[in-house]
Write a protein that binds this ligand. Structure first.
Ligand code: PLP
Length: 503
């Protein structure tokens, strides 16, 4: 073999081994902190030379996948993310009419399709959910409780299944302040819970303070109810700016506040506890109802379960909304609201809107939680999601052009990516869809057209070669964007204007 051919073979072998080990780390058998087999062992197992193995490990070390510890060997590391965090957008603090639904529907169609590389739909992959167990429970519940199929009432007094409210209350023990079963209303979803709350505390034309960026589901609901959004800036690590909220609610214009305090979607932030306390106190003092969406609170990556805002509520002003749509099953359609002093009004709205929530599904969730299965499932799901977020982050850091920024989620399954300002995520989206890749353009997370150079990348699916190729392709598309095609003054506000409440 010529010297050149032998070098080429050496490179091919160590790259193959590096890819093989990276795949094991990405898919889970090897976890951060795990020790790798020794160099000698790997060489024997793989029938490779020591120098080939050393080279493979060095390559993985350069990419952040492993770290060498003196005299101890190689350990699985956390791929470093050499990108800074996204910056807040400049916001003009004007209540804004909301009109996102038409643009959103086209994007959601691709997000929901299995034909696209799945960076769009913000949900854990089916293989991460206990689907077989849930199916068995449906059969069992229907057999054991046939009256649930025939004796459902028509009034809200029949809506909550006590077995489920008991489990919801029990689950709340984890975050310190136990929910009162009397304030819970079971709903079909988190979106329904939020809808009911807003119907109770606002009238068409009112203004609702939301985080910026905020989830498009909120914007859709505001649009549908004829409400305006007032966007409040957020910090990349701490989420909502309490100071900005205090200023924005100083005048009597804000009728309600709608927030995602834990594992925020799209930012990934969890509001620190002392900020949560201040937010709850501030809004109680100003008599502004606080609606919180805690749908991903159970999907935190580290430490104890972060408390919702409700844990700091002493006046019944906080309306805690959540559902099992993300953590258990998007099809099970069970959620709830703990509405504090608005409980009776929420019940009436629920009765007017759709009567009761499917009692079979309620019982399935109750039995699943009762069995301890939910907590076990959550532990595995949290680990898988943290790993997936890390893999997607590392790939973005490797393939996206210079000048990008990326969030460091504290939980959940989404990344918020800021592109260089001259980039246009909507143009990227068009090209990505043509290439079979889904994601959600940033402008859908703002009522006022902010975030045109941002995107949300979902990490709900286990990392694989198709996703790796998808991120690489997005990176190539971004590098190729012809920035000179953007018309100046395209209707999007990027510059701050004097906030009305400061004048
Ligand atoms: C933050 C947030 N809230 C609410 C929802 C809607 O959840 P559900 O299906 O329970 O209405 C979603 C789903 O996309 C979400 O991401």
């Amino acid at each position: 073999m010529s010297e050149f051919a032998s070098i080429a073979l050496h490179i091919m072998l160590y790259e193959r081994l590096a890819d093989e080990l990276a795949a094991l780390i990405a898919k889970g058998p090897l976890r951060p902190g795990d020790r790798l087999p020794s160099i000698r062992r790997l060489a024997e197992q793989k029938r490779l030379s020591i120098s080939t193995v050393v080279q493979a490990l060095r390559q993985l070390e350069d990419r952040g996948w492993v770290e060498a510890r003196p005299k101890a060997g190689y350990f699985v590391g956390s791929p470093s993310i050499p990108l800074p965090e996204p910056q807040p957008a400049a916001i003009d603090y004007q209540p804004t009419d909301v009109a996102v639904t038409q643009r959103l529907l086209a994007v959601l169609r691709a997000n929901d399709s299995r034909d696209f590389v799945p960076f769009g739909n913000a949900c854990p992959a089916p293989e991460l959910l206990p689907v077989a167990r849930i199916l068995r429970l449906y059969g069992r519940v229907a057999r054991h409780y046939p009256k649930l199929l025939t004796d459902a009432g028509n009034t809200w007094t029949h809506n909550n299944l006590p077995a489920l409210t008991r489990q919801i209350v029990k689950h709340s023990m984890e975050w310190g302040k136990v929910l009162d079963p009397a304030e819970i209303t079971v709903t079909n979803s988190c979106a329904e819970a939020i809808n009911l709350c807003l119907r109770v505390v606002t009238e068409p034309g009112d203004t609702v303070a939301v985080e910026s960026p905020t989830h498009f589901v909120f914007l859709q609901i505001l649009e549908n109810l004829g409400l305006k959004a007032l966007e409040i800036p957020c910090h990349a690590q701490h989420g909502l700016s309490v100071e900005a909220l205090a200023l924005a609610t100083r005048l009597d214009a804000v009728r309600a506040c709608l927030l995602i305090p834990n594992a925020n979607n799209p930012l990934g932030t969890t509001i620190p506890e002392d900020h949560k306390r201040r937010i709850v106190r501030l809004l109680a003092e100003r008599n502004i109802p606080l609606i919180e969406d805690d749908i991903s609170g159970d999907l935190h990556f580290e430490g104890p379960r972060p408390p919702p805002l409700k844990a700091f509520d002493e006046t019944g002003n906080v309306m805690l909304c959540s559902s099992l749509s993300k953590a258990l099953s998007s099809g099970i359609r069970v959620g709830f609201v703990a509405a504090g002093r608005h409980k009776n009004a929420v019940d009436l709205q629920k009765a007017l809107l759709n009567g009761i929530t499917n009692p079979i599904s309620q019982m399935v969730v109750a039995e699943f939680m009762e069995s301890g299965g939910y907590d076990r499932h959550l532990r595995a799901l949290r680990r898988a999601l943290a790993r997936q977020v890390q893999c997607v982050s590392a790939a973005i850091a490797e393939h996206f052009p210079e000048g990008c920024r990326i969030s460091r989620p504290k939980g959940g399954y989404v990344l918020w990516v800021e592109l260089p300002e001259r980039c246009d995520a909507s143009v990227l989206h068009r090209e990505a869809i043509a290439a079979g890749i889904a994601f959600t353009p940033g402008e859908l997370f703002s009522a006022s057209g902010l975030y045109r150079h941002y995107l949300r990348v979902s990490c709900g699916y286990p990392w694989d070669a198709r996703m790796a190729a998808g991120i690489e392709k997005l990176g190539r598309l971004l590098a190729r964007q012809r920035f000179d095609e953007r018309a100046p003054g395209d209707g999007y506000r990027h510059s701050p204007t004097e906030p009305g409440w400061q004048r």
